[in-house]
Unconditional design. Structure first.
Length: 157
């Protein structure tokens, strides 16, 4: 007499449970001033807190530094009189990725690879900080004028 047995491979495969993807987005324009750059950093930290990353978390601190540097660059090097700069934040919970975009109206793009500043220099380290903290970063032209400097950071587990 033959007896059939069910082997694990014969069982129907269950579809992988879908991981819910939640994408949080935020956009705001700021005056092209030191105060605008400071406010952009503070607003980014507050927004991340609303998305589950406390202000003292590694993620929030890294995002604050990157936003601060990119906003300061937009104000110092991307200033076009009468024009503002924009901050866009996107956080995708399933991938743990935070994307930061700072856009200004000046067409000049920053260098692709930041050069180290001299020991006595009081400025010139912003993109080096971004390069260290970001998983990747770059620039895109902005239509009709200007550029967007973006950085992506992986959140701490």
């Amino acid at each position: 007499m033959l007896k059939a047995t069910t082997m694990p491979d014969d069982e129907p495969h269950r579809a992988a449970e879908a991981v819910p993807t939640q994408q949080h987005c935020f956009s705001m324009r700021f005056t092209s001033s030191r105060r605008g750059a400071q406010l952009a950093r503070k607003v980014a930290v507050r927004r991340l807190e609303q998305w589950g990353h406390p202000p003292t978390s590694d993620t929030s601190c890294s995002v604050a530094l990157v936003v601060g540097e990119l906003a300061a660059n937009a104000v110092c090097h991307g200033l076009v009189p009468g024009r503002e700069f924009a901050l866009d934040l996107t956080y995708t919970s399933s991938s743990g990725l935070v994307r930061i975009e700072v856009s200004d109206a000046h067409p000049t793009r920053p260098p692709g690879h930041p050069a180290p500043a001299g020991h006595e220099a009081e400025s010139g380290r912003g993109l080096l900080i971004v390069d260290v903290l970001a998983t990747r970063w770059g620039t895109n032209p902005r239509t009709p004028v200007g550029k967007t400097v973006w950085a992506e950071l992986e959140t701490a587990p």
